[in-house]
Every structure is written in C-alpha cells, then in structure tokens.
Unconditional design. Sequence first.
Length: 141
Amino acid sequence: MDLERVRTFCLALPHAAETVNWGHALCFFVGDKAIGGKMFAIVDLDGTGKGVLSFHCGAERFDELLEVEGVIPAPHLARAHWVMLERWDALRGREIEDELQRAHALIYEKLPKRTKTVLAMPEKERMKVIRERKKVLAERG
C-alpha cells in the first residue's frame, strides 16, 4: 500500500473529499468540510510525522489495532479513537482498505442530519450548495 493507492481508494468512497491541511497532511473527509463534512483519514505527505497514515477506527477496534506492531495511537486524535500506521506494511493492503472503509462508515454515521441531507441531494444540486457555502465562508475570511 502507498499514498496513491490510499488516495484512489478513499476518493472512490461515497461523498469523499480531500484537502491538504497543516501544510503536510492530505486529509480525507466524508462530505466537503464546507457543509459540515468530517475527516476520516490523514496521510502524511512529507514524511515529517511519526507515521504514514492515520484513521478513525472506533472504540471497538482501537485496542485491537494497537496490538499490531507498527500501529500506534494517533497523536492529538487518539482520544477520539484514531490510530496511526508507522509504516505502510504495518497492515496488509486489503486490511488498510477495510479499515478505511470502516472509518468512512463510522464518520458518516456521526454526521449531522443537515450534512446528510445535502449529501443525499442530486450531484448538481449538492455541488451548487457546496459552492455557495464556500463562497459564504470565504467572505467571512
């Protein structure tokens, strides 16, 4: 598994969006963050962090994943049940995909009703709402 495979997989999930945050982190969201989307995975782009990939795993999987060599609590996000892979081979490729799919589903379930309503709109209408919301946010500066 590597950055490009993770990116391709994450963006194929329903309503997934990406953005670069903090100058070095490729963040994947369920829904655009302009409409209340929430992050489900982060990839370190420049190798300055402790690991290569962080994702939400939920309380049920958190302790189990931490038993795997190369999986650690994600800095700043562990209290919200996020883990970090220290290297790409800490889990097999299929396991990483399964965990990312689970992370996406867990975050989707936590989205506010208004965000889910926008995500359920036809694409053209949804994109219009997102553009309008981004415009409002940009004006606020």
